[in-house]
Design a protein around this ligand. Sequence first.
Ligand code: FAD
Ligand code: DHB
Length: 400
Amino acid sequence: MNSTQRRAAPVGIIGCGPAGLFLAHLLHRAGIGSVILESRSRAEVEGTIRAGVLEHWVTELMHQMGLGERMAREGHFHTGITLQWNRQRLHLDMEELTGGKKVTVYAQHEVLKDLIAARLADGGEILFGVADTAIHGIDTDRPFLTWRDGAEGEAQRLDCDYIVAADGFHGPGRQAIPAAMRTEYQKIYPFGWLGILARAPLSWHELIYANQGEGFALLSTRSPEIQRMYIQCDPRDDIANWSDARIWDELQARLATEDGWQLQQGEIFQKGIIPLRSFVCEPMQHGRLFLAGDAAHIVPPTGAKGLNLAVADVLVLSRALEAKYRRNDGEALARYSATALRRVWKGERFSWYMTTMLHRNADETPFEQRIHLADLDFVRTSRAAAMALAENYVGLPFDE
Ligand code: FAD
Ligand code: DHB
C-alpha cells in the first residue's frame, strides 16, 4: 500500500467555485498561502452553466484584483431592470435609484475561467479531480484534510491552520460541524426553474422579470448572439416533456406586452430544470472550520444573489484571516459567522421576496396572491419601495 503524501499550507480550501476561488485570490493578495481541493475536473468546473449577475461591488472587486479585463470587454453593464405583470412593464432605473450603481451580466463560468487562469499563473495550487475529501481535527489547533488524487490515486494529507469549506450545498463541509451544534433553516418552493440557452438576437436591453399567465419568466442574456431565459415549472417535471416549441410558447405568453414588442426566438442548445430552495445553516463556523457560500446557505435564484453572497462571505473571511495573520488579532475571525449571517439573512429575505412576488403558487391562498400584486404595485407607485428593491439588487452596503 502507498504511504500518505503529506504537506502543509496556512489555509486548506475545499471547492473551486466562486467562494473558494475568490478566497484564494484575496488571501494571496494578503500574503497568505492556500491550497484548493476540487472533486471535479477543470473542464467540468469551467463548463457548468449557473448564475449570471454580478453586484456592483463584485465587479469593482474583480477590477481591484486585476481580474476585470475580460469582464469589462465581454460583460454587459445594466443600469436598470424591468418588472412585468398584467402585460405592462415597469422600468426601474437602478443607477438613478441607488446613486450610480449598476450590475454586470457576466456568466459565473466565465468568472471562474478568469479566476482559475490567474490563480495558476500566480503559482497557486488548485488540485482538480480529488476523491474522498475528508476533514479532520477541527476542534484542535492543527486541523488537516485528506484525499486521494482521483479514485485510485495516492493518499494525500494537508496540514493547515484553518479549513474553509467552500464546497457547495452537497459537499462534506457542513456535515463536519456536529449536528447538535448547528441549526438549519429551510424552505422548499413548490416550483422550479427551467433554464435555456438559445442562439437568438437580443430581445430587450435589460433583464425582464415577469409574472404573467402560468407564472414567472426571466429574460437574460449572455452575448449579442446568445440569450439566457428561464420559466417557472414543476420542479419534478422531466425536461423531456418540454419540447423547444412548448418552451417558446410559454416564454411568448409570459413575456407578451400590449405594445407590439416581440420576443426573438432561435435554436435552443442547452436546457435543464433546477429546484428552488431557501436554506441557512447557523453557525457558519466550528473550531477551525469555516463555511462559505452555498455550503452554508442557498437562495432561490430570483434575486440573483447566490454567487454574490458567496463572494461576500469570503471577503469578510479573508479580512478576518488577514487581521489574525498580520496582527494576531482574532476578534474578526471569532465574529465571522455572526458578521456573515447578517448579510446572508438580508439576501435570503430579498430572494424570498422576489420569488414569492414573481411566481404563481397554487399552494397560496387567493389572499396571499393579491398581496404579491400589491407588492408589485407598491414598487410601481412608491419611490421608497423602488429604491429598496434597487439597493438590494445592486448589492447592499457592507456592515461589519
Ligand atoms: P459552488 O459553486 O457549488 O462550488 C462548490 C465546489 O465545491 C464545486 O465545484 C464542487 O465540485 C466542489 N466540491 C463539492 N464537494 C467536494 C468535495 N468533497 N471535495 C472537493 N470539492 C468538492 N445563482 C444565481 O444567482 N442565479 C442563477 O441563475 C443560478 N443558477 C444556478 C443553477 C444551478 C444548477 C446551481 C446548482 C446553482 C445556481 N445558482 C444561481 C447559485 C450560484 O451558482 C451559487 O450560489 C454559487 O455557485 C455558489 O458558489 P460556491 O462557491 O459557494 O459553491
Ligand atoms: C440570471 C440568473 C438569475 O438568477 C437572475 O436573477 C438573473 C439573471 C442569468 O443567468 O442570467
